[in-house]
Design a protein around this ligand. Structure first.
Ligand SMILES: Cc1cc2nc3c(=O)[nH]c(=O)nc-3n(C[C@H](O)[C@H](O)[C@H](O)COP(=O)(O)O)c2cc1C
Length: 195
């Protein structure tokens, strides 16, 4: 089985990078394959162009999407599962990943007369600086889940999961205290992805 990982973090000096590596180790230890789009490393262009806007806004399938968008479509359709791995920035994914959705979820692929495969599984692993209790109490966790699961993923995967690694701010001692436990958790999520 193959998982397509969409990874987005500006720095390797991050919990998120370690979490991604642990998840990948779990995936490969389980005998599965992966392909990764490391959006910062590949300098993915997240900015929708006017031509792309007009194509989507007028529900057109012409012109063909740009080559970098077609490459992402091919990775999705060759995968069984998709994993999004990122830090929460202002209650959202980083802008580069938001722009990835703007450009990659094109009309005729992700909606309309879709050519996007319905994936077996979609998983979101995100790190959040705030404690989970604060995210729950303020309703911000629900907002993040709603946008990712209820809009961007919705019926595009048969099963989906949104997992938050919370209290990862350098402000909290819990970041260090939970480090190994959290990486073990990410590893096990990778290991059991298709179970
Ligand atoms: C610009 C920026 C915005 C952030 N916004 C949020 C936020 O809205 N909610 C939250 O819980 N954490 C927020 N954080 C904290 C990140 O999620 C935090 O950097 C990350 O979880 C820690 O992991 P890292 O070492 O991988 O960066 C923000 C961090 C940055 C740099």
């Amino acid at each position: 089985m193959k998982v397509f990982i969409v990874y987005c973090h500006p720095s390797e000096d991050s919990f998120t990078k370690h979490m991604c590596d642990a998840f990948i180790k779990g995936v490969t230890d389980a005998g599965n394959d992966y392909v990764i789009s490391d959006l910062y490393k590949m300098h993915f262009d997240p900015v929708m162009k006017e031509q792309e806007y007009l194509r989507d806004a007028y529900y057109r399938t012409e012109p063909e999407p740009a080559d970098d968008v077609l490459a992402e479509h091919a990775k999705i359709n060759a995968a069984d599962a998709i994993a999004f791995i990122y830090p929460v920035f202002w209650t959202e994914a980083p802008a580069m990943l938001v722009g990835w959705f703007d450009r990659v979820w094109t009309y005729g692929f992700a909606y309309g007369n879709k050519t996007m495969k319905v994936l077996d599984k979609a998983i979101i692993l995100c790190s959040a600086g705030n404690p989970i209790e604060r995210l729950e109490k303020t309703g911000l966790l629900d907002s993040m889940k709603k946008v990712m699961l209820g809009d961007r993923l919705i019926d595009r995967a048969k099963k989906m999961d949104f997992i938050v690694f919370d209290s990862t701010s350098r402000e909290f001692e819990l970041r260090n205290q939970n480090w190994d436990k959290n990486l073990q958790k990410a590893y096990e999520i990778g290991l059991n992805l298709f179970k």
